[in-house]
Design a protein around this ligand. Structure first.
Ligand SMILES: *Cc1c(COP(=O)(O)O)cnc(C)c1O
Length: 426
């Protein structure tokens, strides 16, 4: 058992679910005013359920937290954390920019109705095809990660046009997070060390088809310490005076009872505090939240398929690493509850249906009297779950359901059995 378990109150557990979640009269959890058992009935399981109002409110709160402190601030939603058109559309409608990681997310963002001028393209291995897509759509900012990006842009941007660029700089910050989530250390595959960044800046400034708008950095993900996040500012401030400083994303969220995530205000205050100290007045700052924008607005509902009482009580559900790869990839801990018996009673391990021993959803969690046929919900699955959903073991990828004011709306359908065959051409 990886964690020592203590009992938690119903309120504490519900507090991990999307804001506004509450039990109905019979104790069944309701998200966005919709009973999770009704959602399971209508859309099947597993299903990702998003409280749309909570999602929109978070976007507004983010923008307000930064603009109230630094008027030329933009928030670019890191699409890769939940890259479906419905979520990107919500972000665009709420006035956010979109950070897109590669061509596929340009396609979904454009389909979502986002203004291409408000897209920021990332990638450490951009192809000619992706740069072409960005240029053709008029993507506002291309984040140059390496010198080959500059070669490609110079070849692909047509004469008479100027592509706005940021140069991605390795901040040299060792993030206290899982190794797969640290991106800002010397030796990272992302971005350029400061001396190389200076050379890239000089090349872009000398290029008639490129326009250097500024610099970019990103320290890592699921960071729970504002000082570490704010440490992004100094390395890029040192590179000179620019119009744009993109400070990346990385703010962590509260997945479990033991996590203490900084509030949006504390985060914005720390970032803007450093900006006031180190960046030119009147410059534009961009932040790129992913996890902290979408993580807490969703939960995943599963059906319990087996309860095996051996040395460990294994509660197996009809999903797993096909809809939540974060556990196997980064060891992220989640909490769980039976949806109509919220709270603890018995310590179990929640496992998925996939053919891997590592396919665990929660290693050690208290459930109340888990039985076959129960619905089980895991909170804080808005970020990096849908996006890494896959068809391993013939899994049909999960649907996404928006819930708002007691009404549901299916925004991504589940794969059909036929979808599993659709690409097999021979
Ligand atoms: C992943 C990523 C983000 C978002 O990170 P979160 O931890 O989800 O906030 C922002 N910017 C870049 C460049 C990224 O790679």
């Amino acid at each position: 058992m990886s964690t020592e378990l203590v009992s938690h109150t119903t309120e504490e557990l519900i507090g991990l679910f999307p804001p506004g979640t509450r039990p109905d009269a019979d104790g069944t959890l309701m998200v966005g005013g919709c009973r999770l058992d009704d959602i399971a009935e209508e859309f099947g399981t597993p299903a990702i359920v998003v409280n749309e109002d909570a999602l929109r409110q978070r976007a507004r709160d983010y923008l307000a937290a930064f603009r109230s402190r630094w008027p030329r601030a933009d928030v670019a939603f890191a699409s890769k954390s939940f890259p479906c058109t419905a979520v990107q559309r919500v972000m665009a409608e709420e006035g956010l920019h979109l950070d897109v990681a590669g061509g596929g997310e340009i396609v979904t963002a454009v389909k979502a109705g986002a203004d291409p001028a408000k897209l920021v393209l990332h990638g450490n291995a951009k192809t000619d095809e992706e740069i072409t897509l960005a240029v053709e759509h008029g993507v506002g900012l291309v984040v140059v990660d390496n010198f080959d990006d500059i070669d490609r842009l110079e070849r692909i941007v047509p004469a008479g046009r100027q592509q706005g660029c940021l140069v991605r700089v390795i901040p040299g910050v060792e993030a206290a997070t899982h190794a797969s989530q640290a991106t800002g250390h010397a030796g990272s595959k992302f971005g350029l060390m400061p001396d190389d960044a200076r050379r890239a800046i000089a090349r872009i400034e000398a290029s008639p088809r490129l326009r250097l708008d500024g610099v970019h950095t990103h320290v890592g993900s699921q960071l729970l310490n504002t000082e570490q996040l704010a440490a992004a500012v100094e390395p890029i401030a040192k590179l000179g005076t620019f119009d744009v400083y993109d400070l990346g994303g990385g703010l962590g969220v509260r997945y479990t009872y033991d996590d203490h995530a900084p509030s949006l205000d504390d985060y914005a205050e720390a970032m803007v505090g450093q900006a006031r100290a180190l960046l030119p007045e009147g410059s534009r700052i961009i932040v790129e939240p992913g996890r902290s924008m979408v993580g807490t607005s969703a939960c995943t509902v599963y059906r319990v398929t087996t309860v095996k009482r051996g040395q460990i009580v294994h509660v197996a559900v009809d999903g797993g690493m096909g809809d939540n790869l974060d556990v196997s990839l980064t060891g992220q801990r989640f909490e769980a509850t039976i949806v109509n018996r919220v709270g603890g009673g018995e310590t179990v391990t929640v496992v998925g249906r996939h053919c891997e021993s590592g396919d665990q959803l929660v290693d050690g969690v208290e459930l109340q009297d888990p039985k076959v046929g129960d619905l089980l919900a895991i909170p804080v699955t808005g970020a990096y779950c849908y996006t890494m959903s896959n068809q391993y073991n013939g899994a049909r990828r999960v649907p996404v359901v928006f819930a708002r004011n007691g009404k549901t709306r299916l925004v991504v359908r589940r794969d059909t059995w036929d979808d599993l065959l659709i690409r097999d051409v021979d």
